[in-house]
Structure formats: structure tokens, C-alpha cells
Unconditional design. Structure first.
Length: 78
């Protein structure tokens, strides 16, 4: 499974969090929707992605584009 590396740059996680908050969604709501999209993830792992302590999979990002109604590019904008 391909992963996006956030080791030195947490922009992806920061943008995921911003987009989630703009939609007024809680972490557990995102996780539930991700699981419906076939992405097996826990709330703890998802939280680590938002804070840059874990790397998101490409599958997770693709599912988030649907859940958050955003483009893939939105995760990489500064």
C-alpha cells in the first residue's frame, strides 16, 4: 500500500484537519465514513495522520476526497 510521507512536512495532515473542521465533522465521524469506503482505520491512527505522526495511504486520501468533497490537490496546498 502506497503511503504519503509526512516525516518532515506535515502539510497533508494539517490540510486534512482543516478540511474536516470546515465540514464540521468529528474524527470519529470521518473514521466511520472511511470504513464505509473500505479503509480500515482506527480513530487513534486517523488522529496521528492529522498531526503528522502517521502517514496516510493513497486509498485513505482518495476516500477523503469523496467524504470531504475536495480535490486531491487540496491535501498538498500550502
Amino acid at each position: 500500500m502506497e503511503r504519503i510521507n509526512q516525516r518532515t512536512n506535515h502539510i497533508v495532515g494539517t490540510n486534512i484537519r482543516r478540511l474536516r473542521l470546515e465540514k464540521g465533522l468529528k474524527n470519529k465521524e470521518i473514521v466511520a465514513q472511511l470504513q464505509l469506503h473500505g479503509v480500515d482505520i482506527s480513530t487513534g491512527t486517523y488522529s496521528k495522520i492529522e498531526t503528522g505522526r502517521n502517514n496516510p495511504s493513497v486509498d485513505l486520501l482518495i476516500a477523503l476526497t469523496d467524504i470531504l468533497s475536495c480535490s486531491y490537490d487540496s491535501f498538498f496546498q500550502k
